[in-house]
Design a protein around this ligand. Structure first.
Ligand SMILES: Cc1ncc(COP(=O)(O)O)c(C=O)c1O
Length: 410
């Protein structure tokens, strides 16, 4: 395991075993302030030592009630992937607004332009389409940084769903399609090819980027390079020193401002989805119906797919056809959600005690890419959004009701 830098001091975090889960109204996404502060201390350390500007990618983490905490750690802005996220960044983040969307519409662009400081275009055609508006704003005295997303066609992402540099990707301009000279008015480049990666992947990616796009990096026209997201610097074992080294060397080599825009790294392991048991049914095996939905509240479990950790529960022995029993291995249950979707199921888990109606079942690491992706499928009750504060108090920040459900429909 990689050692943390010696001069990096991280705050202690709340032990989930000390939390009285039964006191937290269910269902709820519960962000742990101590864990968020730990991530932020680390991100801010990287920002300071590497000289990169680190902004938060709203697509992965946009719990805006925590933005005052982010600002305490010098997080100077956000990257938004739509007009809605741009408005949220402008209204709530109180910092720089960076926009990147695979395509902007004629309808949305004027407002995106009005509220953004950096705008990254995914294609030359999009740049040409909106360039007159950008130039007009610049002539009107605004500083607008305009960038192009390039696709270095190099990625170490195993899951196709999350690989922006795979064959025929629509994300970013490849070297083949790139013009011989950098279009006038463009002052930066952007790439995003990482997903939950360590800094060795970044280092190898930069080698390819430099090989393919070095002549443009060398041009005085390029003042900044955005390394996208996927830098999971808050995961245990991530090689932070290497990240700092790689970023510093890149900045010095090309004389550019470097921006990192991770989402996951901010929300990584900062909290839980608290649910409770509504019913226990038996059909050869025991199955539990929770007051949350896998499909509506933890969609990545089905999309990716992956098996989330449940606090206090374990994996069943590998004899999947055995009936539930209360033997030495504990009590096995298929854990399912409350929608009518047959596959609204997390999987089978073993609990130390039998589950009964009202018991809490707490899913770990359910903040990044979870809260942002929920739906009201089946009209299921949307989990609250809450903060477990450093002093142990619990704040119910947002409670969803019929009004929010109805407002999504017409
Ligand atoms: C362009 C861009 N920037 C940043 C991010 C954030 O990545 P992550 O949350 O993995 O750090 C993404 C994620 O898909 C992205 O597409």
């Amino acid at each position: 395991m990689t050692e943390l830098p010696a001069d990096l001091r991280l705050p202690d975090v709340t032990d989930p075993q000390t939390v009285n889960w039964a006191e937290i109204p269910s269902p709820a996404f519960v962000l742990d302030e101590t864990r968020l502060r730990r991530n932020l201390a680390l991100i801010s350390y990287v920002q300071e030592k590497s000289g990169a500007q680190i902004i938060v990618a709203f697509k992965g983490f946009s719990m805006w009630s925590t933005f005052p905490i982010l600002r305490e750690y010098g997080i100077s802005g956000a990257t938004a992937s739509s007009l809605n996220e741009v408005i949220l960044a402008d209204e709530e983040m109180q910092g720089e607004v960076h926009a990147y969307a695979p395509a902007y519409s004629d309808e949305d662009f004027p407002e995106i332009l009005r509220r953004s400081d950096h705008i990254v275009f995914n294609s030359l055609a999009q740049w040409e389409r909106f360039r007159p508006q950008v130039e007009a704003a610049r002539q009107g005295g605004r500083t607008i940084h305009a960038g192009l997303r390039v696709n270095p066609e190099y990625a170490e992402v195993e899951t196709d769903l999350y690989n922006p540099a795979g064959p025929f990707s629509r994300l970013g301009v490849t070297r083949r399609e790139f013009p011989d000279t950098l279009p006038e008015g463009i002052d930066g480049l952007h790439f995003h090819t990482l997903c939950e990666k360590d800094s060795d992947t970044l280092e190898r990616t930069l080698e390819v980027l430099e090989e393919k796009f070095g002549e443009f990096l060398a041009s005085d026209q390029v003042a900044w390079v955005n390394f996208g997201g996927g830098h999971l610097m808050t995961r245990e074992g991530y090689d932070i020193e290497r990240l700092i080294r790689v970023v510093r060397a890149f900045r010095e080599r090309w004389n550019v401002h470097v921006i990192l825009e991770p989402g996951s790294a901010f929300g990584w392991q900062t909290g839980w989805l608290v649910s409770s048991v509504l019913d226990v049914v038996h059909n050869v095996k025991d199955a539990v119906l929770l007051d949350v939905s896998v499909s509506a509240h933890m969609p990545d479990v089905l999309e990716m797919p992956y098996r989330p950790r449940i606090l206090g529960a374990g994996d069943p022995p590998d004899d999947t056809h055995r009936e539930a029993d209360a033997g030495a291995s504990g009590h096995r249950y298929i854990i399912g959600g409350t929608t009518c979707l047959a596959g609204d199921v997390v999987g089978e888990y073993v609990f130390p005690e039998p589950l009964k109606v009202g018991d809490r079942v707490v899913f770990d690491d359910m903040i990044h890419y979870t809260m942002v992706k929920t739906t009201f499928f089946n009209g299921v009750k949307h989990p609250d959004i809450g903060i477990l504060h450093a002093d142990g108090s619990y704040e119910r920040v947002k409670v969803f009701g019929y009004d929010e459900f109805k407002a999504k429909l017409s």
